[in-house]
Design a protein around this ligand. Structure first.
Ligand SMILES: [Zn+2]
Length: 151
């Protein structure tokens, strides 16, 4: 009935994405596919750090806004501060949803739904295949107790 609203694709760029990405990463980010719930590597991932665009490396989400929505995909209440996340109306599959893309490279990330917790009330439901996690290391733990000179 309706064709999928994929953005116009430069064949050379498309070939480059195919070569760089895994088949699943390619299908999700460049063809707006959705990974199966509970199948991705980040839906149950709790570490502290940043989630970047798997295509271009742009910072998109932070672990401190990630929460367990029980839906089988990584869920966030908000994009990272200053993250270039673009939202588009998606009328595919007989629904009207808000699609989330990387504003830098147009990678499809997932969708945002108005049923999230917290101050935003939003749930950014993102495919693991669109993300590349970067653990935050080398950051000193906040307010380490200073009891070295108690003698
Ligand atoms: Zn990107």
């Amino acid at each position: 009935m309706s064709t999928h609203p994929a953005p116009p694709t430069d064949p050379d760029q498309d070939r480059a994405w195919r070569e760089r990405l895994s088949p699943e990463q390619y299908q999700v980010t460049r063809r707006s596919a959705t990974e199966r719930p509970f199948s991705g590597k980040y839906w149950n991932h709790q570490d502290t750090g940043a989630y970047r665009c798997v295509c271009c490396g742009a910072p998109l989400f932070e672990s401190d806004t990630k929460y367990d929505a029980g839906c089988g995909w990584p869920s966030f209440t908000a994009p990272a501060p200053g993250a270039r996340v673009a939202e588009h109306v998606d009328r595919s599959h007989g629904m009207v949803r808000t699609e989330v893309r990387c504003a830098n490279c147009e990678a499809h990330l997932g969708h945002v739904f108005p049923d999230g917790p917290g101050p935003t009330g939003l749930r950014y439901c993102i495919n693991s295949a669109s993300l590349d996690f970067e653990a935050r290391t080398g950051e000193p733990p906040a307010a380490a107790p200073a009891d070295a000179d108690s003698r």
